[in-house]
Unconditional design. Sequence first.
Length: 214
Amino acid sequence: MAGSPLRQLAYRHRWIYDAVTATSALSVGGVGRLRALAAEWMVPLLPKGSAVLDLCCGSGEAAAPLLQADLRVTGLDIAPRALELAALRHSDLTLVQGLAEDPPLPESSFAGIQLSLALHEFPAAERRALLRSARRLLQPGGVFVMVDLHPAAGLMKPLQQMFCALFETETATAFLQLDLPQELADCGLQVERHELLAGTALQRLLCRPQPASP
């Protein structure tokens, strides 16, 4: 889904994308904090050296806090150019090209998985496939932490609507109508912690894999 002309322009010209990200991140304390939101919850729960996966890692910005915490991080993304940038920025990041909804990785490989501001990009069927894949890749007792959009309230609501109209695709609009904790549960991930941020425009969730049915 190509999205609006402004979205396409932002992806062609990095400075536009960076400016939009910086403006959007002000409500949570800046870009660095935005990219560390998933790591803030994951890192205290895992021993150093644990294997973790950054799903839809892009060019590696959200993987950086995990690497700094001495975790063994694998980044998966479908875009070769994004992986090239990630390799340049983080030599200790293991990179895998593949679909997040069908990752070429072995079952129960990771103690932790993070997904930062990416799930709203996926249509419904692919979104559920991604979540089921995350459940498959988690070790028993592992943690899945995600950050994504949530319906904004108050003054943030029109700003979010404008942002989605200008820079997102229709998948984001559908995502904002979703009962995300229920969908996570339907895909085998039980929510243990759920926090709203940025005037409720963002949500952060920590999940554990549900036990497999006998």
